[in-house]
Ligand binder design. Structure first.
Ligand SMILES: [Zn+2]
Length: 351
């Protein structure tokens, strides 16, 4: 359930995301609320105008035309600027596919749009991007960047995009027969990927700000230094177990009773050392990092040995939410495994 953003909130979200904003005429009170509902809102829809020329396109989207009264969207995107032309219900999305709306709400993969049974103007923010739409008119990078930032600003303000990337769709993905947006330089999949990437960073982030690997000599970051104070017995095979927060000494960060070795939006690099008893050489201990929001890193395995298993694994990544370490064991010849010690050493840097 998402209540539409107020005009003031929309402006501040766009500006925070680095979008240039122009407030056009009486956009704050210009809408179609007298003919239908506005909200709950669930996503952002991208269009192309089939026009050229900034002023005439912005005018058209504000006023509309004889058969389709304005506003024809909420913002017109030309180059790096969003020209706000309406706030409230706008004539941009028309009727589209309820199955698509359901997928947008659930943030799962979009089905193809083969029905026009649902009022889209009620549920979507709309941006019209100035482009001829002939599949030849190229999309300037600055314009696509503004589309990405404007979409991300709205997703961020609503908390969308946590489950998946489908909060931002093209008109062509909503209403059968529509083709927008299209042309050299834009695909909705690429826009969605870039929006998702933005949402992993603060609003003022620009691509290229984050180095792939930290400059260790220049920036020590925050030290991750923790170890368990008592053994952890895992009785059941194949069950993922987290490290309880109350068994950790050293630097601690607890999330819901579980030790988390880094905070949300931290880059981290951590070495895990463990000592376990109970495995045989036929078995293995698995390690994996899972974040609060469900994101999982690939599993690492440490083989079993008869006299107690020693091993380690390195992990690095950028946390979207607080990461924790999970352990599981697999061994057809073992009864239970006692994790005698887990130590984690590393560093974390703010993103
Ligand atoms: Zn459209």
């Amino acid at each position: 359930m998402a209540t539409p953003l107020s005009a003031a909130k929309l402006v501040s979200a766009l500006k925070a995301e680095g979008v240039k904003v122009r407030e056009y005429r009486s956009w704050r009170t210009h809408n179609r609320n007298h003919v239908g509902s506005w909200g709950p809102v669930h996503g952002v829809m991208i269009h192309h105008t089939v026009t050229s020329g900034t002023e005439s396109s912005v005018d058209l989207c504000y006023d509309g035309h004889s058969t389709l009264p304005g506003p024809l969207c909420h913002g017109v995107i030309a180059d790096g600027t969003v020209h706000l032309v309406g706030h409230g219900r706008a004539n941009h999305a028309g009727s589209g596919d309820r199955d698509v709306l359901d997928a947008v709400i659930a943030e799962r993969a979009l089905p193809s749009d083969n029905q026009a049974n649902t009022d889209g103007n009620r549920h979507f923010y709309g941006f019209e991007a100035i482009n001829l739409g002939d599949n030849k008119d190229p999309w300037p990078p600055a314009q696509v960047e503004a589309i990405v930032r404007a979409s991300a600003a709205i997703c961020r303000a609503h908390g969308w995009g946590k489950q998946g990337t489908t909060s931002v769709i093209g008109h062509s993905e909503w209403q059968p027969g529509k083709v927008d947006p299209r042309g050299p330089g834009i695909t909705m999949n690429a826009v969605r990927k870039r929006v998702a990437e933005r949402l992993r960073h603060p609003a003022d982030w620009s691509p290229g700000d984050t180095p792939e690997h930290p400059e260790e000599d220049d920036d020590m970051g925050r030290l991750i230094d923790a170890a368990m104070t008592r053994p952890l017995t895992i009785r059941d095979e194949g069950v993922w177990v987290s490290i309880p927060g109350d068994t950790i000494y050293g630097e601690t960060a607890i999330a819901k009773g579980t030790y988390s070795f880094a905070g949300a939006r931290e880059r981290y690099r951590v070495e895990v050392d463990l000592h376990a008893i109970g495995l045989t050489p036929t078995g293995a201990i698995q390690l994996r990092v899972v974040e609060e929001d469900g994101r999982k890193l690939p599993i690492r395995e440490i083989p079993g040995t008869a006299k107690g298993t020693y091993g380690g694994a390195g992990r690095e990544g950028t946390a979207q939410s607080r990461p924790k370490l999970l352990l599981a064991w697999h061994d057809e010849n073992a009864e239970q495994v006692v994790i005698e010690r887990v130590e984690m050493h590393g560093q974390a840097w703010p993103t």
